[in-house]
Ligand binder design. Structure first.
Ligand SMILES: [Zn+2]
Length: 424
């Protein structure tokens, strides 16, 4: 991705650094050659060269670009699980995924960690974004997801003979788990996404207290993935599944819905980040009926909402790390709504706006494995920056409205926001 040339000075706003410091009033951010060279009080800022570009934050907020930590670029208006693998061919899903990436960037998301991809689209999308061919968040790619035969993601009956090829690699036993990882290694993914547990979406045979992989299978996944320098994460709701994942050496946990003390100790021992993706549960409850979700499914989502909110609060209190990502791409939880996750954590879970922002910036960058380059406004880091018209620390929901973005910057280049729109 090309970096900006020259110097840009952003001023006349409060600075939120993403590392949890209170907002700094009357701040300036100086960017040179695409990287931050100064973040601090405007009074102490270095003198700008005469040709520097000046961006006026209009008394608003200067903050790090957001990181969507559970991003499905390839999901689009999914109304039933079946939509995921048989609705569209790979050609159209690729175009939809590119459109979703452009939208995410316009929504202030300058980076994203994939939570699973149809076909092998993420890998090539990442290349296209890195080459400035399509606009989008800096992407950490996943590929097809791994699930045990008969588990949550194995819903096409055998008599249809259509398998689940574009979506999941179905496995029986550690040898097949290893073989699936090796396929993904060849595909070029960075993250291996697995399904250790079921979900409220499948109340009959794979509900949120069910396991979809054995410990031995999960351990084989980690063993093969780590050998090839890939990271592993998994959809973990049931307590036993969370513990299996932590004991198997997972690098992140998605959801971590039903935690107990033992699971917490395992989590904290290796400081494994968790991405709860909780607003999805509320959206499923509130909007599920219009999409035909059954009462049993909605009741299950109520249970995972309560359990997940309690676990997230507890993890934060215990000093664990949480990323903000929301499984967007379903009909009731569409792309573009990403920042609702942050408002939800403030309004429903009880996080402070600065906590939610730190989860969505610094921790997100750490989950990407790029905490030294991204995620906070500090000298030396890439200038992935949001300039927002409004006080985000006082009203987090401002981030939901992309019309409020004055500038969305990647590497010092303004990619979206009011500055990129022609004046009316
Ligand atoms: Zn997901």
């Amino acid at each position: 991705m090309q970096l900006a040339t020259g110097t840009t000075v952003i001023r006349h706003g409060q600075l939120i650094d993403g590392a949890g410091q209170p907002p700094l009033r009357d701040a300036a951010l100086v960017v040179k050659g695409g990287k931050i060279v100064y973040a601090g009080p405007v009074a102490a800022a270095p003198a700008a060269p005469p040709d520097a570009e000046i961006i006026d934050a209009r008394g608003g907020t200067i903050m790090p670009g957001l990181v969507e930590a559970h991003f499905h670029a390839t999901y689009f208006d999914v109304a039933a699980l079946e939509d995921l693998d048989i609705k569209y061919p790979v050609e159209y899903v690729t175009l939809l995924a590119a459109a979703n990436c452009k939208l995410a960037l316009e929504c202030g998301y300058t980076s994203a960690r994939s939570g699973g991809s149809l076909f092998n689209i993420d890998v090539w999308l990442k290349k296209a974004i890195d080459s400035d061919l399509v606009p989008g968040p800096r992407l950490a790619s996943s590929g097809r997801e791994i699930c045990g035969v008969g588990g949550l993601m194995d819903w096409n009956p055998d008599f249809r003979k259509i398998g689940m090829e574009g979506l999941v690699l179905l496995i029986n036993g550690p040898d097949e788990a290893r073989a699936a990882v090796r396929k993904l290694v060849k595909d070029g993914v960075e993250w291996v996404k697995t399904y250790p547990t079921g979900d409220a979406a499948a109340p009959d045979t794979n509900d949120h207290h069910t396991l979809c992989m054995t410990f031995e299978e999960m351990h084989a996944v980690v063993d093969a993935a780590h050998n090839h320098k890939l990271k592993v994460t998994g959809h973990c709701r049931a307590t036993a599944g969370i513990k299996n994942a932590l004991r198997a050496g997972y690098d992140a946990i998605e959801h971590a819905t039903f935690m107990d003390r033992e699971a917490m100790d395992l989590l904290l021992a290796r400081d494994v980040p968790v991405v709860p993706a909780l607003y999805f549960e509320l959206a499923s409850i509130e909007r599920g009926p219009e999409f035909g979700l059954s009462q049993r499914v909605i009741d299950g989502h109520k249970e995972t909402l309560e359990g997940g909110a309690e676990s997230a609060r507890w993890i934060l209190k215990e000093g664990g790390r949480l990323g903000m990502g929301g499984d967007y791409g379903f009909g009731w939880n569409p792309h573009g709504d990403y920042a609702r996750e942050l408002s939800f954590f403030v309004n429903y879970v009880g996080f402070s706006p600065l906590d939610a922002i730190q989860c969505a910036t610094k921790t997100g960058a750490e989950i990407l494995g790029r905490g030294d380059e991204l995620g906070t406004l500090e000298p030396g880091k890439l200038a992935d920056v949001l300039v927002v018209d409004g006080d985000v620390a006082a009203d987090i929901s401002i981030l939901e409205d992309r019309r409020r973005f004055i500038a969305v910057m990647q590497g010092g280049v303004v990619k979206a926001g009011q500055m990129t729109r022609p004046a009316k």
